[in-house]
Design a protein. Structure first.
Length: 375
């Protein structure tokens, strides 16, 4: 590498004393929703109707909640369906089938989500934190640090908003539904573990308690918080785990993904392998291809050998990501030739490898970039 990589300090904890986001029914289990209404002197059975509007019918206009008594409607909506975020800007690409929304949260924090419609599925990419404390030097979000963790409901709301757009036929291809959710927007999902697991539960809870999605359609990504990967392994929800590895050796990964100074490549990959072993879900290794940094042929061989050392029972595949370049950054995208050679070498070692389709790259649809521009 020509010049040394500048790294920022890792930040795990958000600043203290912040006001909490409004409490919303998506933060709560079904019995908790009922109890909350009763505490406020409202009829508990209305919680189910509100849940049906939110998760089942995807209604957001109180006027349409005609099964609620008009005199109590405002109070009920305020108790369980407060406004969590407002869209500041929506950008479209790929003939309208990619829609990226910049959201303003109640305290002014900015996050983004992306809805991507494919012929056979529709995926929402959600943010889990405003900013990120993991300080990866090639990433726009990492440069701004962590502002705060998002609440369960703030995470879920991004998916519900995407689901509304799909059912209302706002995305070319006619009305449809959201089939997949990937936690690959702003933030390190496992650094906001409790809220993220809460959101996953709301996504898979059957309607009207949740959105009734299949856990198999949900992907949680991480840069490698090993203790949290172990916890997720025990959780018993078969989501797909995506490990953002980006380098197969500690020397380089310590610089590209500073959390590696806490948990080494070997410890991180072992935790991912164990996740695959216990859950029987194939793990995805994410690898952003950076020209002259991590894209050399010897690193492809090293990565292939590392992954194969855990066996060839199909526990893993590699997803190479053409880097979304940050203006002014020393990190640039690898050439197509180097990327193809990387694929060839991994496949020669028997590791299935794909190159990620860079949906919406003309609208900065990579983690953190739109919010960073706005801020
Ligand atoms: S790459 Fe992901 S984990 Fe690293 S700083 Fe960016 S958002 Fe955070």
């Amino acid at each position: 590498m020509s010049e040394p990589i500048k790294t920022l300090p890792l930040v795990f904890d958000e600043p203290r004393g912040r006001k909490k986001p409004p409490r919303h029914l998506a933060d709560l289990t079904s019995p908790e929703r009922k109890a909350l209404l009763e505490e406020q002197g409202l009829p508990g059975f209305r919680a189910k109707q509100l849940s049906m509007h939110y998760f089942g019918r995807l209604v957001d206009d109180p006027e349409q909640m005609t099964d609620l008594p008009a005199a109590q409607r405002a109070e009920l909506v305020e108790a369980l369906l407060p406004t969590l975020m407002t869209p500041l800007r929506t950008m479209e690409a790929d003939k309208g089938t990619t829609r990226k929304t910049l959201w303003k949260l109640f305290d002014g924090a900015l996050v983004e989500s992306v809805l991507m419609r494919y012929p056979d599925r529709a995926t929402v990419c959600v943010s889990s934190q405003a900013g990120c404390g993991m300080a990866c030097p090639f990433c726009a979000t990492g440069q701004g640090g962590l502002q705060r963790n998002m609440s369960t409901a703030e995470i879920v709301e991004q998916v519900v908003a995407g689901a509304r757009s799909m059912t209302r036929g706002e995305v070319p291809g006619g009305p449809g539904r959201v089939s997949n959710v990937v936690f690959m927007g702003m933030g390190e999902p496992l650094a906001n573990y409790k809220a993220v697991i809460g959101a996953v539960r709301r996504l898979v809870d059957p309607s009207p308690d949740g959105l009734g999605m299949s856990a198999r359609g949900i992907t949680v990504s991480t840069v490698g918080l090993v203790n949290r990967i172990d916890q997720l392994t025990e959780e018993g929800i078969p989501v797909t785990l995506a490990l953002s590895l980006h380098a197969p050796d500690d020397e380089l990964r310590n610089e590209l993904v500073p959390i590696n100074t806490r948990w080494s490549v070997a410890e991180t990959v072992e935790a991912a392998w164990n996740y695959a072993r216990v859950t029987k879900r194939r793990v995805s290794i994410e690898y952003a291809m950076m020209r002259g940094i991590n894209d050399q042929a010897h690193r492809a061989d090293l990565l292939g050998d590392l992954l194969r050392s855990y066996g060839d029972w199909g526990w893993v595949h590699v997803n190479l990501i053409p880097l979304n370049e940050v203006p002014g950054s020393q990190f640039t995208r690898s050439s197509d030739e180097d990327t193809d050679e990387f694929v060839r070498r991994l496949e020669a070692k028997g590791v299935p490898t794909t190159i990620r389709d860079t949906r919406g790259s003309e609208i900065d649809a990579a983690c953190g970039q739109l919010a960073a521009t706005e801020a």
